[in-house]
Design a binder for this molecule. Structure first.
Ligand SMILES: [Fe+2]
Ligand SMILES: [Fe+2]
Length: 497
């Protein structure tokens, strides 16, 4: 498709009851922006600042390349995307909400059973705005973290996936900015500006959450980030999709359809890295996964280092769930603004007035389970759901090793390991959850987290591999391509600026 402001081919030009996207306005949308002059104007005024941000903080050096991207053209779960070559600055970032269900109710908390709200309840305005801004802030942050990775892409396929994720995180920013402009008046506009001003890792104006100020220095980090940190995003979106504030729910439901691909890139990226390492070890007759120097000499990433990267990204992502015990979380729930993962599938009173939930706590220098009121333990519960969700892909990584006959298994470290938020932030613990003194931690840290020399080794492998069908030596080709194209398709036509 040509990279212009025209509709992607095959799309209808006007919104319909099935939720087709209106491409006649500058900002594609299915929220009837054309008849909402105030919001359309506000978004059109925000647009140049966004493009400016994208050009300075988005993928560095590839803004004139043609990238085989999917663009959302409908909200039908079966056929919402169209594929075609697009120059990223011309991507049609749009406002897409899942269809409105007239009969939807508030499904939990103190307002359970009321009709879902189409406007922001005045008493919850500040709380809701905070939820929108925190979610919104993570979206551009990850683009900033990943902006130099195109230069070391291990293949055009991987490069395309990176850029797909980047443009969609940009769209997620649009989704939150729409809510701010539409429902929060002047302070919403100010928050929307703020989202373009903070910068990942900046000393003066950092992004709001810790993991989004860390570096993503190499492709293994990117895959771990999209596996572990995008999955935190999934859990947050899932609980916001339960919101009694219907526009929030509808926005998050559509964002989740895009998010699935981000986690797929992470899971398969780590899996392909592990697979290549296993292949190389077998070909060289190396059985011992800890024979690190010989394995590295093969030009692949040794499994203990992959484990360290998993330890790092998992523990940073756990911090995103906040304190185990949180009155904010209880207030969000009571107010009907943020529910639990799969709220409507849970069989209980959805009010949690007398229920308890087991929480891991530090009691007299020991990690123990303590029953706490379920309402204040909602962050802990969501984090537990997250851990279960993480385990699935880890099991599939281990299947690859099992099949190759290599005696090594990736494990998720204890939730007490390497934490900066919550119950365990003040202590040091091993990945097995054993408490350590500071001296022990300093001595052992590099066995569990990537060291400077691990980083240097991985960096030495990060050489661009940009010929269609070629893959860097440390990673295997994917089993299937994107949009039924092969692994040798030219996913990016590079024109470097
Ligand atoms: Fe996102
Ligand atoms: Fe994402």
């Amino acid at each position: 498709m040509s990279a212009t402001l025209n509709a992607p081919s095959g799309t209808s030009a006007s919104p319909t009851a099935t939720g087709a996207v209106d491409y006649t306005t500058k900002i594609p949308n299915n929220v009837n922006l054309a008849s909402d002059g105030r919001v359309l104007k506000a978004l059109e005024q925000w647009h140049p600042g966004y493009i400016d941000w994208w050009m300075t903080m988005g993928p560095d050096g590839f803004q004139t390349s043609d990238v085989y991207l999917r663009t959302a053209v409908s909200i039908d779960p079966k056929g919402w995307a169209k594929f075609g070559y697009v120059k990223m600055p011309e991507y049609r970032w749009g406002i897409l909400l899942a269809p409105q269900d007239e009969n939807r109710l508030v499904n939990f908390g103190g307002h359970k059973g009321e009709k879902a709200w189409q406007e922001v309840p005045g008493e919850y305005r500040a709380m809701l705005r905070r939820l929108v801004v925190i979610q919104g802030d993570t979206e551009p942050a990850s683009v900033e973290q990943q902006r130099f990775l195109g230069k070391t892409a291990p293949s055009l396929y991987d490069m395309r996936n990176l850029f797909q994720i980047n443009v969609e995180e940009g769209r997620h920013l649009w989704a939150m900015v729409y809510l701010l402009h539409k429902y929060f008046g002047k302070d919403g506009r100010e928050e929307a500006e703020g989202l373009l001003q903070r910068r990942s890792g900046d000393d003066d104006k950092p992004r709001m959450l810790g993991a989004f100020n860390e570096e993503t220095p190499d492709w293994l980090s990117l895959f771990m980030f999209t596996y572990f940190t995008d999955r935190d995003g999934k859990m947050q979106l899932e609980s916001l999709a339960q919101s009694g504030f219907d526009p929030m729910s509808r926005t998050c439901r559509f964002m989740l359809t895009e998010e699935a691909h981000h986690m797929f890139v992470g899971e398969t990226g780590v899996g392909r890295t592990i697979e290549r390492t296993a292949e190389a070890m077998k070909a060289a007759g190396i059985d011992d996964p800890y024979d690190i120097a010989r394995i590295r000499a093969l030009g692949v990433i040794d499994l203990p280092t992959i484990q360290k990267k998993a330890n790092l990204h998992y523990s940073l992502s756990l911090d995103l769930f906040g304190s185990e015990i949180s009155t904010n979380a209880a207030n969000f729930y009571n107010s009907g603004l943020k529910g639990r993962f799969m709220e409507t599938k849970i069989e209980d009173d959805h009010a949690l007035t007398s229920a308890t939930y087991p929480v891991l706590k530090l009691v007299n220098g020991e990690i123990r389970t303590v029953d706490e009121p379920a309402l204040t333990a909602l962050n802990m519960r969501l984090r537990d759901d997250y851990t279960k969700d993480c385990q699935g892909g880890v099991n599939r990584w281990n299947k690859i090793l099992e099949k190759a006959g290599i005696k090594f298994a990736i494990t998720l470290p204890s939730v007490a390991f390497h934490r900066h938020v919550g119950e365990f932030k003040a202590i040091k613990a091993s990945p097995e959850g054993k408490l350590l003194t500071d001296e022990q931690w300093i001595k052992l840290r590099d066995q569990w987290l990537p060291s400077k020399s691990d980083g240097d080794f991985i960096a030495s492998l990060m050489k661009p591999c940009w010929e269609a069908g070629k893959y860097a030596g440390w990673i295997t080709a994917p089993k299937v391509g994107i949009d039924n194209k092969g692994s040798d398709f030219e996913y990016v036509k590079i024109h470097q600026a």
